[in-house]
Design a protein. Structure first.
Length: 467
């Protein structure tokens, strides 16, 4: 195996959306003031597990939780090296219920303030445009918080959960924005896996492929390479996890597999197995020999920082496509809001300037003060035609927006109406205004084709790039 990591090839794959990051416990750090940890019985030991920075203790969330759980439930001093798995097993042996333990974990994480969470590595991951899907094997919600802080749209997270269903199978997903699969559950969901045994059960049930999330997940990653980042599993679990998620043998597989985890190099047998079975182990850790010629990182957060820098640098040299001046008005029935949002997101991704009215209360004042001006000034009016739109009893979209656009269209040299059918409505349906039926109506049979449809829309119409 070549000693030097090929950043150029790796970044190309990221930008091509060919890699899916699998995020683990190594990335979740918190920053606590003294009043949060000093009252704990093991406060001195806790301090040895983190570092003091600007008067606050920076410590891995799951290390802190192991001490905190012991402090909440146990009756005696710690007599073993604590981690979240071992502490939970000891507490279960002391007849502390699984429900009580999970509730305590949920409370401790939920009560953290945004300033107490180190979101930077998660924010950097959200800023890497090539990552359109994330697998999370944590049960914290730090990745979701990072998306929220950066005001980026994401699909509602898929929270795998035993024994409850993980997702609503009827909920629509937007292919234009990222999605998150919380494979071990999440504190915002019904349940989550804390011990190694519970994690094994989650993975076992996942590979049975009976849950909706399993089909969604495996369809999503069927053609993607894998990047395990900060996911320091035990040896036996790491091998099993990669095999199940990749859905192919280690040897003779077509997917590239990268492991960038804090503690993998501390297990020589695991490292040997991975490197001899078509898996690239990124050198991460503080105990790498000084004579090593390979670039290495102290921890997986450092690797994320470098990956973010490399991808940002690459993006500066790759044209992401122009941004356009012209305004597009999307007109839709409120019942089609999710599909309309998908339209908006895909258009914006391709540089289009979209007016999208997401106010459900279609008042006369709003029409007169806002909508009317956009109808008049927009370059293209895009009605999304559906059974919902033409059968809407309120007829706001039909009578107000469509009729107004038709009137305005009569004063233009060329029509500015660009209709799309988004369901099985026939283009000749008499309920569609005659003036629109006479136009070339594009029918979208599969929303997976939307990126191609939008690119075609841009190429067939006149747009002015912003200098």
């Amino acid at each position: 195996m070549n000693d030097q990591f090929n950043w150029k090839s790796f970044v190309y794959n990221v930008n091509s959306r060919a890699i899916i990051p699998i995020i683990g416990n190594d990335l979740s750090f918190i920053k606590l003031s003294a009043d949060k940890f000093e009252p704990l019985e093991s406060s001195e030991l806790i301090k040895t597990q983190g570092s003091m920075e600007n008067g606050k203790l920076r410590i891995n969330l799951y290390k802190y939780l192991s001490f905190k759980l012991w402090d909440i439930f146990s009756k005696g001093p710690l007599t073993f090296k604590p981690n979240i798995n071992s502490v939970t097993l000891h507490l279960l042996a002391e007849n502390i219920s699984e429900n009580d333990i999970n509730l305590a974990i949920k409370n401790e994480i939920s009560n953290l303030t945004i300033d107490e969470i180190d979101l930077e590595p998660f924010i950097q991951l959200t800023q890497i445009g090539g990552f359109d899907c994330f697998i999370n094997v944590n049960y914290d919600n730090f990745l979701e918080l990072a998306f929220e802080k950066t005001s980026r749209h994401i699909n509602k997270s898929f929270n795998f959960s035993i024994p409850f269903p993980s997702i609503d199978p009827n909920e629509r997903k937007d292919a234009a924005i990222p999605k998150i699969y919380n494979l071990m559950g999440n504190i915002t969901g019904y349940n989550f896996a804390v011990t190694d045994e519970q994690s094994l059960e989650y993975l076992y049930l996942l590979q049975e492929n009976t849950e909706t999330i399993a089909k969604e997940l495996f369809d999503t990653i069927s053609r993607k390479n894998l990047l395990l980042i900060g996911s320091s599993f035990p040896d036996w679990f790491m091998r099993f996890f990669i095999r199940i998620i990749s859905k192919e043998r280690f040897k003779n597989g077509v997917k590239a597999k990268y492991v960038a985890c804090d503690f993998t190099l501390q297990d020589p047998e695991l490292k040997y197995f991975l490197e001899n079975n078509a898996t690239r182990v990124i050198p991460i850790g503080t105990n790498i020999p000084s004579d090593s010629s390979e670039l290495h990182y102290n921890n997986s957060i450092e690797f994320i920082k470098e990956m973010h820098a490399q991808c940002t640098k690459s993006a500066e040299h790759i044209s992401t496509g122009p941004q356009f001046k012209e305004v597009i008005f999307i007109s839709y029935s409120w019942s089609d809001k999710l599909l309309a949002e998908t339209f908006r997101n895909e258009m914006e991704k391709n540089g289009l300037n979209v007016f999208f009215d997401d106010d459900e209360l279609k008042t006369g004042d709003r029409y007169n003060n806002v909508i009317k001006n956009y109808l008049k000034d927009c370059a293209y009016f895009v009605p999304l035609i559906s059974q919902n739109a033409i059968a809407d009893k309120n007829r706001y979209v039909y009578d107000k927006e469509w009729r107004s656009a038709i009137v305005l269209d009569g004063f233009k040299e060329q029509s500015y109406i660009r209709p799309f059918i988004i369901d099985d409505t026939a283009a000749a349906d008499p309920r569609i205004p005659e003036e629109i039926r006479k136009l070339n109506i594009e029918k979208i049979l599969n929303m997976d084709d939307l990126p191609k449809v939008i690119r075609k829309f841009i190429s067939e119409n006149t747009f002015t790039p912003i200098e």
